[in-house]
Design a binder for this molecule. Structure first.
Ligand code: NAP
Length: 491
């Protein structure tokens, strides 16, 4: 094993990372002194105790964000951009440390974690550039009686709730545009992975974010904590990334005070391979679309639809590539697949595979729980999956690829669209006209055409149907934190 960090280095890193609530620019314990454990998925051991914010802490965070809002909204856009730019530079400078922290609390591999830090930092760079491009409009009213002026103003205090699978990027994808727009924020990271978020809070303070503009509080009472935030009349925005199930609950809660919502929810991405596709490229793309983050990605390819003429050959090559992955602790630099985040996630993956096997699927590779500690599940490819198997309709969130053969283009599109979710899709074909035709017919927010990855800070990321509302990244991302004001003007 080639471990990237020795035990004492890990201890030193964990000793440096803040574990308190970050409110109004200060670190403090939870108001009731409560803490919660953070575990290492590779060993199941507790690696840190983090302050668990109470409802009082939620109110204190809104107090701080509310007090900071007006001065920050009035800051020169260039100044806000420069702060974000410094945050970008600091993240890149600390890539190794942040990456190691994510491996420790999330289980992902070091190379995935390094990639995530870079991706996460790019949101700060992109929005440092967007901060100075808040454009308005002046037009003449059609009747010619007056002018119509449109300005875009910061929406106000924003609550940002993030998941554990990308602890850095899901946070910066929200903080970047919020700060570019001139909003202050209260962030609630996932209980599984609060350390990365707290480290980013410290880094933002170093970059010059004024006190109270960014507040970060973890809480094991997520429902009561976020409920208190949404009930506070000073909160004007909720941006949530997580499961569709929790997103639905938060939309209901937000409806009471008509809080503006952006929702990045679950996915069930189809990966379609046509008979004319370059199969080597399709397998390489499938490895990225399925195995980035060990399959724990909302954009993860969840269902593989392969044209019957190449289904066996694709399955053979893809299984061989999956079999070649080395499973182990993410800190081992030779590891290509770390553990799943926790025991329930690992058990859910195992149950879905067992159900698929029981209904006639065949494990071309993997498919059995390994022995030993940690929440590991092996790379698995399933052939001959029944169209009714639950594995095709549930978000697997693990390293498992079910393959279904299809007859023609119409059938592929019909199978791909047979879901309530619509986040990402992938299409492999040598025929660009067909690729674009299919991309337009797919009911989803993003399509990878001959590409296994869609995430890019410069592009609008988001879903249709029950995968979400709104977009993050691109020019669109900042609009989620701005409100248009129209001034009917006579001069
Ligand atoms: P989750 O269970 O929905 O949790 C997400 C966040 O919501 C966490 O901070 C969690 O806090 C909090 N939360 C949970 N229950 C809550 C409640 N009743 N009230 C208020 N807050 C609550 O999702 P997850 O398991 O962390 O993440 C996996 C899901 O996220 C997958 O479905 C994945 O597809 C989706 N995801 C979507 C995108 C996207 O961009 N569309 C990106 C990444 C992930 P606690 O941890 O403290 O419970």
């Amino acid at each position: 094993m080639a471990m990237a960090m020795e035990k004492d280095e890990i201890g030193a890193l964990l000793a440096r990372v803040p574990t308190q609530c970050f409110i109004g620019g200060r670190w403090r314990e939870a108001s009731d002194g409560a803490t919660m454990p953070v575990g290492d998925p590779a060993s199941g051991e507790v690696i840190a105790e983090v302050a668990s914010g109470s409802v009082d802490d939620a109110t204190a965070a809104v107090d701080a964000a509310s007090a900071a809002l007006s001065p920050f909204a009035a800051t020169a856009p260039r100044e806000r951009g420069e702060i974000l730019r410094r945050a970008f530079a600091l993240m890149i400078e600390r890539r190794e440390e942040l990456a190691a922290l994510m491996v420790l609390e999330n289980g992902k591999t070091l190379s995935d974690a390094r990639g995530e830090v870079t991706y996460a930092a790019e949101f700060f760079r992109w929005y440092s550039e967007e901060a100075v491009r808040n454009e308005g409009a002046i037009t003449t009213a059609p009747a010619g009686t007056n002018r119509i002026l449109v300005v875009h103003q910061p929406i106000g205090v924003a609550v940002l709730v993030t998941p554990w699978n990308f602890p850095a990027a899901m946070l910066t994808r929200k903080i970047g545009p919020a700060l570019a727009a001139g909003c202050s924020v209260v962030c609630k990271p996932a209980s599984e992975t609060p350390l990365t978020a707290l480290a980013i809070a410290g880094l933002l303070a170093e970059a010059g974010v004024p006190e109270g503009v960014v507040n970060v509080v973890a809480s094991r009472h997520s429902s009561a904590f976020v409920g208190a935030l949404l009930a506070d009349p000073r909160v004007r925005k909720l941006s949530f990334t997580g499961s569709t199930e929790v997103g639905r609950l938060l939309l209901e809660a937000a409806a009471r005070r008509i809080v503006n919502c952006s929702m990045e929810l679950g996915g069930n991405a189809p990966f379609i391979v046509f008979g004319d596709a370059d199969l080597d490229a399709a397998v390489a793309g499938a490895m990225v679309a399925k195995m980035r983050n060990g399959g724990e990605a909302c954009t993860a390819a969840n269902r593989f639809y392969v044209e019957a003429s190449v289904a066996d050959e694709f399955s053979r090559r893809f299984s061989a590539a999956m079999q070649g992955l080395k499973m182990g602790s993410g800190l081992d630099s030779e590891t290509n697949l770390g553990p799943l985040v926790n025991e329930p996630s690992r058990d859910k993956v195992a149950e879905l595979v067992e159900a698929a096997l029981a209904s006639g699927a065949e494990a071309l590779t993997g498919g059995a729980l390994p022995r030993g500690r940690g929440w590991f599940y092996p790379p698995t490819v399933l052939g001959g999956v029944a169209a009714t198997s639950p594995i095709l309709s549930e978000e697997i969130f693990g390293p498992v690829a079910p393959i279904v053969a299809f007859g023609d283009e119409a059938e592929a599109v019909e199978l791909a669209n047979a879901t309530d979710l619509g986040l990402a899709s992938y299409v492999y074909t040598a025929d660009l006209a067909r690729g674009l035709r299919v991309a337009e017919a797919l009911e989803c927010g993003m399509v990878g055409l001959n590409r296994g990855m869609v995430s890019d800070p410069a592009a609008p990321f988001g879903g249709t149907k029950q995968s979400g509302l709104g977009r993050e990244g691109g020019h669109e991302g900042v609009a989620e934190y701005l409100e248009a004001k129209y001034i009917a003007c006579d001069w």
